[in-house]
Write a protein that binds this ligand. Structure first.
Ligand code: ADP
Length: 250
């Protein structure tokens, strides 16, 4: 089985909008536990690729598999989220009027029939899970704080925590450090490095210093005009003539 150890597998994917090929014969795979950085100029197809993975957009042709045999092109967005793919858009979307703890509580995978009693008395294991996630995202000290009062970076970490409550196998993150301070950016890098292995991550990012921090020995994929232009270590792609041309030629 050629897909062994692969969490995400796109093969010859095409997306055509009114005759325009936004995704052009895109083939890409991500290993279980991998942290993959995706870079590329505006219009390269990064958002459209994530839309395909999450079922928001259907490919005109090609295949997209999650794990060994989950065909993403046949599932709804909800089914894909339930299968274990979490997506974080660029802007933070937390429940501003609720506390950090309540935000994580609301994000918890729960049997809807027991939902009304959750707020009243949280079962021990559920509180433990929230505690774990608070620790992971570095917000333990802020658990009672109203989410609306958090810094931009803290809101982003909270939203990542909300995704983690769903126990996703694959996390898609769109420009997670945009608007963050340098200190927040560095902490986010540490967070991602701590998540890889346990989760698989696909991070779309324009901040090259951040990409260098999280890519380390991992792979960076450069998208351009809907296809993979280059793939390799940060050093390899930075020294790739075609990549230099695309970035300097803008
Ligand atoms: P990126 O996220 O890398 O900036 P996108 O995936 O947003 O790139 O866009 C890829 C290309 O597809 C762009 O040229 C964009 O204008 C085009 N595109 C994206 N969505 C649509 C749409 N719904 N209809 C028509 N063209 C689209």
């Amino acid at each position: 089985d050629t897909r062994h150890g692969v969490i995400l597998y796109l093969d010859s994917v095409n997306v055509v909008f009114d005759g325009f090929k936004a995704i052009n014969n895109l083939t890409l795979d991500i290993g279980v536990g991998e942290l993959r950085c995706i870079i590329g100029p505006n219009g390269a197809g990064k958002t459209t690729m994530m839309d395909i993975i999450t079922g928001k957009t259907r490919p005109s042709s090609g295949t997209a598999f999650f794990g060994q045999n989950i065909d993403l092109t046949t599932l709804s967005e909800t089914q894909i989220a339930n299968a274990g793919i979490g997506r974080k858009f660029q802007r933070p979307t937390v429940f501003e009027a609720h506390s950090v703890f309540e935000n994580l509580e609301l994000a918890m995978k729960a049997d809807k029939r027991v939902w009304p009693v959750l707020g009243a008395r949280l079962r021990g294991e559920q509180a433990d899970r929230i505690g774990e996630v608070l620790e992971t995202v570095g917000l333990s000290a802020q658990f009672q704080r109203t989410a609306g009062l958090l810094s931009h970076g803290q809101k982003q970490w909270l939203e990542i925590g909300m995704l983690l409550m769903q126990e996703p196998r694959l996390l898609l993150l769109d420009e997670p450090v945009a608007g963050m301070t340098d200190a927040e950016t560095e902490r986010t890098g540490e967070l991602f490095n701590s998540l890889k292995g346990k989760h698989s991550l696909m991070v779309v990012e324009h901040d090259m210093d951040f990409v260098a921090q999280i890519a380390q020995q991992g792979k960076v994929t450069v998208l351009c005009e809907g296809s993979v232009l280059a793939e390799g270590t940060m050093e390899q792609v930075q020294n790739d003539e075609r990549v230099i041309e695309v970035y300097l030629g803008r």
